[in-house]
Design a protein around this ligand. Structure first.
Ligand code: CP3
Length: 354
């Protein structure tokens, strides 16, 4: 490792409470179908899952956005649903329909799931992707590993795939079903083991994606969102992985403050509906914030994009990781991403001390 390399990693600096050399930027789903080079490699791999399990190709698509845009991080190319698959749940991705999983809806199905170390061992190709990436990444780029949060992963397992309202899972939570609690507990253990292996392979930061955290109000949020994420982080620490964790509890709004205090995260990912004033005044004094440009603003371009970027640049750069409020969509024009990057980097170019 070159001297001073870590100090040049803007994302790590902010997560450690230091002044970064520039505002750190990365984007959720920065690798994906909006890039033609991704579509080519994806076709070569055959299927999305084949791509996830082919370390050379997965590393290649992880690196693609870094060749186009001057971002500060690479996010491992994989999927949150590899964990249930590794636990023994049949998984497929149907074109245009999203994921299809064998449903888990009672205690017998939960008991059939593989234990944490078996599940983590089945994901060896992912750790190989991480090892390749650590060798190939430029020195300023931080490697982010990830997993899905227990609540979000459980919704896909219980519903058997994507579901607009996730009513079955939410009702099981409301009723305090024991099998759901047992499922969450198993996901905590498997996710912690998986993240520890990613860190051992070279991940420098991890993000926990709780896309559907906003499903639950006071009373249930602690039990199914904050508590399980805190447990994953505690288990990681016990197993010796002490990298910073970004918690993306999407859609919890004003509960982000309590989440920041209680989950043990170094940063919170904010959804697009969160006011930037609220981020600055309420969250920034307590925690590093990540987000929250609306991915649709990047599709629209023009004034809505320029204004959205400027609003976020009003956040102090030592407390903010520039990102979207949710992932890029396939119809995102690459030129609009280039424009967004230019607007963000203008700030650092203008403010640089010579
Ligand atoms: O660039 C990155 O962000 C890293 C890779 C990554 C993917 N999925 C690749 C992917 C990450 C971090 C995820 C997380 C993920 N996966 C989440 C949480 C974040 C979010 O988006 O809310 C969720 C809910 C999933 C589950 C999932 N994976 C669904 C519901 C779908 C189908 C919808 C869709 O966009 O097609 C996927 C597929 C998926 N995961 C794709 C990619 C690039 C598209 C697959 C393709 O190439 O056809």
């Amino acid at each position: 490792m070159m001297a001073g390399e870590k100090g040049r990693q803007a994302l790590l600096s902010v997560l450690k409470g230091e002044m970064p050399w520039r505002r750190p930027v990365w984007f959720m789903r920065q690798a994906g179908r909006y890039l033609e080079e991704y579509r080519r490699v994806r076709a070569q791999a055959g299927s999305f899952l084949d791509l996830c399990y082919s370390p050379e190709l997965a590393a290649e698509v992880t690196l693609q956005p870094l060749r186009r845009f001057d971002v500060d991080a690479a996010i491992l190319f994989a999927d949150i649903l590899l964990v249930p698959q590794a636990m023994g749940v049949a998984l497929s991705f149907q074109t245009g329909e999203g994921p299809v999983l064998e449903p888990v809806r009672d205690m017998a199905a939960v008991e059939r799931l593989a234990d944490a170390s078996t599940a983590a061992a089945a994901l060896e190709p992912v750790y190989e992707t991480v090892r390749i990436l650590r060798r190939e990444l430029p020195a300023h780029a931080t490697l982010i590993g990830f997993c899905g949060a227990p609540w979000t992963v459980a919704t896909y397992m219980v519903e058997g795939g994507s579901s607009p309202e996730r009513l079955r899972t939410r009702m099981a939570a409301m009723r305090g079903e024991e099998w759901l609690a047992a499922l969450i507990e198993k996901l905590v253990e498997a996710s912690a083991a998986y993240l520890v292996r990613q860190v051992e392979a070279g991940a420098q930061v991890v993000q926990i994606f709780d896309t559907w955290a906003g499903d639950l109000g006071d009373g249930l949020r602690e039990r199914y969102v904050t508590g399980p994420i805190r447990s994953i982080i505690e288990r990681m620490r016990e197993m010796g992985a002490d990298v910073p964790v970004i918690g993306f509890a999407r859609g919890i709004g004003a509960a982000q403050l309590a989440f920041a205090r209680e989950a043990g995260v170094a940063a919170v990912g904010c959804e697009s509906s969160m006011p930037v004033d609220y981020m600055r005044e309420v969250l920034v004094p307590k925690v590093v914030v990540q987000g929250n440009l609306d991915p649709l603003a990047v599709i629209a371009g023009g004034d809505v994009l320029e204004e959205g970027v400027q609003r976020l640049l009003s956040l102090p750069k030592e407390r903010h990781i520039f990102n979207l409020g949710h992932g890029f969509r396939p119809e995102t024009p690459v030129e609009h991403v280039e424009r967004m990057m230019a607007l963000i980097r203008e700030e650092d170019d203008a403010g640089r001390v010579v």
